[in-house]
Design a protein around this ligand. Sequence first.
Ligand code: GLP
Length: 230
Amino acid sequence: MMQVIQTRDYENLSEKVAGIIFDQLKGQPDSTLGLATGSTPVGTYQLLKKQPEHFIEATTFNLDEYVGLKESHPQSYRYFMQEKLFNTVPVKASYIPNGSATDLQEECKLYEQKIQASGGIDLQLLGLGMNGHIGFNEPGTPFDSRTHVVELAESTRQANARFFNHLDEVPTQAITMGIETIMEAKKIVLLVSGNEKVQAFDRLFRGEIEEKFPASILRTHPNITVVHDL
Ligand code: GLP
């Protein structure tokens, strides 16, 4: 079942999503949360920082990480999460794929095992890429994929170049939870904000369910809420 919540603006979207997360943690303090990076969840994370006490028993798993950036690199997702959330919100444990692992395939396997060991993801936050990617699952990724190494689409590298000094500095690979990994989350909250997402948003509802547009599979999830400000 897909529930769609239209909000007035970005602030209102962030309040809605933060509310959903607080409700989850009040009902089940030791929840396993799936977290996302990108600009869309930043407002939500700011609001979560106002009530850090809810997170003491929570475990978090991030969707993805660039390959080849150290944790100390300001554009690594570990660094991003530290800055945007974990420096103030003390979760029990936070996992992000290690994009500097020497054996990346092994790292992917381990990541899946850790998710299973924590009982699976109770609530997964997701952003929407302009090309329909979720996590770093680019168009054409099999729907039955698990955590894996991906080659980033040129359009994704260009979209993310704004955070780097130069396009050349944007990594060409990443580790991402697979589409099947994401779909196993008990609940999913998809955040969509901004005019540049209108087309992707439209295709999400009206297009075919096809691997060419990864987010389309979300329509088949039993418990998904789309929160948007379009
Ligand atoms: C990035 C991330 C995704 C994110 C998406 C949208 O490349 N890997 O996890 O959801 O693109 O980002 P934004 O929220 O900045 O539009």
